[in-house]
Write a protein that binds this ligand. Structure first.
Ligand SMILES: O=C(O)CCC(=O)C(=O)O
Ligand SMILES: [Fe+2]
Length: 170
């Protein structure tokens, strides 16, 4: 993991074990009663804005636990949206919309694969067309961050978009 610090290049790069959102574990499954089967368009860097911080370099390292192919939903990225500046982060798309984008790119991953995305990149998680076990997708994200320490505690609120998810996913 530490070998990846070079990709940010800042001297205080570190793994955000208990800072900001810390390690994120996402578990998607598509059933009649699912609350979490997809995730709308967003950039991870918007959370800096919510914390009242300047947007700083950040990488999210995904550790994929399930096989996931583009025909079974999964992560969709908009290449080139990570280095266009603040306007792109704020306004390139509508936050939390679920509509596919003609330029989006999906991933094919095997269990144990690592992926890295820049915190400023627009991305979403598409819903699986399958239901039940075939739709299950589990992925952990380890953030590599820089800048001021904002420690997560038991009192910390859920991630900002999780608070809105129950109605954006219906
Ligand atoms: O599940 C994924 O692959 C991405 C999740 C995500 O974008 C996030 O938790 O910020
Ligand atoms: Fe994200």
């Amino acid at each position: 993991m530490e070998a990846l610090f070079e990709l940010i290049g800042a001297p205080d790069s570190r793994i955000g074990v208990n800072e900001r959102d810390g390690l994120v574990f996402n578990h998607y499954i598509n059933t009649d009663q699912s609350n979490y089967s997809q995730l709308g368009w967003h950039t991870d860097s918007l959370r800096d804005v919510f914390y009242g911080q300047k947007i700083l370099p950040m990488l999210n390292v995904g550790i994929h636990l399930d096989r996931s192919t583009t025909d079974n939903g999964g992560l969709r990225l908009l290449p080139g949206t990570h280095n266009k500046g603040i306007k792109t982060i704020l306004f390139h798309k509508m936050y939390l919309g679920n509509k596919p984008d003609e330029n989006e790119v999906g991933l094919n991953v095997e269990p144990g694969d690592l992926t890295i995305h820049d915190g400023r990149l627009w991305h979403r998680v598409a819903q699986s067309p399958y239901v039940g076990a075939a739709s299950r997708r589990r992925v952990m994200y380890v953030p590599i961050i820089t800048g001021k320490l904002i420690q997560r505690t038991q009192e910390s609120k859920p991630k900002f978009y999780q608070r809105f998810m129950s109605f954006t996913n219906k």
